[in-house]
Design a binder for this molecule. Structure first.
Ligand SMILES: Cc1cc2nc3c(=O)[nH]c(=O)nc-3n(C[C@H](O)[C@H](O)[C@H](O)COP(=O)(O)OP(=O)(O)OC[C@H]3O[C@@H](n4cnc5c(N)ncnc54)[C@H](O)[C@@H]3O)c2cc1C
Length: 369
């Protein structure tokens, strides 16, 4: 039912304007509002905090369907569900859950996750944003880069260094409201793909954050970020899977319609073999994505399989979308046929929430331990 609801929503509400939003870098405001109404913005959150009370399998099924059509929309969903809501529900206080998680899970407001900095991406330990303790509050100063939902989010989860001498054990995570004094949203990034999504730098200048907005114990911030991202990877893996399967479905349909040398191109073995490889790799990616989601639902360790799912699904997305453009020939190179957008969208899945190289580090460390 969830898969069907997400599929219907994607076909009926996302498909009609997707090309225009991509071209104009226009945030899908109305579509995100509808996702909130349909329960897609806080799918796994306990209903007592306004969520859908669903499992991770349901979440990845919905992510795949929405990503088949508009990855710019599914990244909003992914950040809100697996980073912001999950982080707050798992590690937040009761007050934080009542105040922030509930409107986030209902989709009444959107959240963002602020870890990356101009000089700290893969190496997230080298944070230069500081959070200095003063009486009943912290003062946050610094710049965060590449923040998804940066302009539209009301709530940011911000990672910052409190005690440099303690290294990553001196890092904290905070809930910061966009409307607070000292928060400045930079210009929207003009990107290769997921162009309708809202990516900004966020500047913090003497932002006063009450102590009750710190998440977890003093020094928990780095662990908070790593644990949250580990689950986030399952969402991005599902996004990559959706981009791949969306491109494959378009290529499959087109190959039966387009004729060359007196027969549908699907009757040429070179095209058949491309489709065979695409569908095989997509199926393997789907099994990894579902396994990682299932492990999470069973409260088993999902770090290794989640990284495997992310690296494999994102590389499958890249390969599949390039081949989908090839199957479409010249028509694949223009916007109308959707596969060129999916190809541009696929690339980001190899970069954010841990690049493919970082996933391989996680995997090799785990298997060599
Ligand atoms: C559209 C978009 C949205 C994003 N959204 C968010 C967001 O919402 N919140 C957030 O906090 N961040 C976000 N990011 C940031 C993203 O997570 C980082 O870009 C990513 O982690 C990589 O960091 P970097 O860009 O600094 O690259 P670097 O870390 O500088 O890496 C450059 C290259 O070196 C490689 N590399 C680095 N270290 C190693 C190593 N030890 N071994 C081998 N290779 C290595 C990398 O894999 C990469 O290929 C977003 C980025 C983009 C582009």
């Amino acid at each position: 039912m969830i898969q069907q609801a997400a599929r219907d929503f994607a076909q009926n509400e996302l498909l009609p304007g997707v090309i225009e939003r991509d071209e104009k870098m226009q945030f899908p405001t109305e579509q995100v509002r509808m996702m909130g109404e349909l329960g897609f913005m806080g799918m796994m959150v306990d209903p007592q905090y306004g969520g859908g009370g669903m499992d991770t399998i349901s979440y990845v099924l919905a992510m795949e369907e929405i990503s088949k059509v508009e990855a710019s929309c599914s990244v909003v969903m992914s950040v809100n569900n697996s980073l912001v809501c999950w982080g707050l529900e798992t590690f937040g206080t009761e007050e934080q859950k009542q105040k922030y998680l509930t409107p986030l899970a209902k989709g009444e407001i959107i959240g963002a996750f602020c870890l990356s900095e101009p000089e700290a991406g893969s190496d997230a330990t080298s944070q230069t944003t500081t959070a200095i303790e003063k009486d009943d509050h912290y003062l946050i100063n610094g710049t965060k880069n590449w923040i998804t939902n940066g302009g539209t989010a009301s709530v940011y989860l911000v990672i910052a260094q409190t005690n440099r001498e303690l290294g990553h054990r001196g890092i904290n995570a905070f809930i910061v409201e966009q409307s607070w004094e000292g928060v400045t949203v930079g210009a929207k990034e003009n990107k290769l793909g997921i162009r309708a999504s809202d990516t900004h730098s966020i500047m913090f200048s003497d932002v006063k954050v009450p102590k009750e907005n710190r998440i977890g114990e003093d020094g928990f911030g780095f662990k908070f970020a790593m644990k949250t991202l580990s689950g986030g990877r399952i969402g991005i893996a599902a996004q990559a899977l959706g981009i791949a399967s969306g491109a494959y479905e378009l290529a499959l349909a087109y190959s039966k319609e387009r004729k060359a040398f007196g027969k549908p191109i699907a009757d040429h073995q070179a095209i058949q073999f491309k489709l065979a490889d695409m569908s095989t790799e997509i199926e393997a990616a789907r099994l990894l994505v579902h396994k990682s989601a299932w492990l999470k639902d069973q409260h088993k360790n999902y770090d290794l399989i989640g990284s495997m799912a992310k690296v494999f699904a994102s590389e499958t997305a890249m390969k599949t979308t390039v081949e989908a453009v090839q199957v479409h020939g010249g028509y694949g190179y223009v916007k109308e046929y959707h596969v060129e957008r999916l190809m541009r969208d696929a690339k980001i899945t190899q970069i954010y929430e841990g690049t493919s190289e970082i996933q391989r580090i996680v995997i090799s460390r785990s298997i060599l331990r």
